[in-house]
Design a binder for this molecule. Sequence first.
Ligand code: 5GP
Length: 114
Amino acid sequence: MNNDLIFQKIIKKEIASNILYQDNIVTAFDDIHPKAPIHILIVPNYLIKTANDINKKNKNIIAHMFYIAVKIAKQKNISEDGYKIVINCNKNGGQEINYFHMHLLGGTKLKTLY
Ligand code: 5GP
């Protein structure tokens, strides 16, 4: 299976996953291999492959993804202590799934890269 199809199937509820939030623009669900106590993926409902594909037409979707990520962080009570929002792009950025997504990570002190 083309790996971008995994997220498309989760959005359409053809693959079971713990969907925490969904509207007509984005879907948020638990990462299958959590790297922190809270590890949620936020994805647009239509395929944007990588950060390189953000453009004038779809840039508002990215703002909405951020808005929902922060909303979920508050609901999960990790906003005061803090969290990371991570976006990996392509090979050097460590992107494994070719479907643009944000990682919301929290619930513990997270390591920093720099
Ligand atoms: P990337 O490395 O592309 O930024 O992150 C892909 C993320 O998708 C990884 O954290 C991985 O655990 C998660 N993932 C891969 N396959 C599935 C799946 O079938 N279901 C869910 N919920 N997460 C997945």
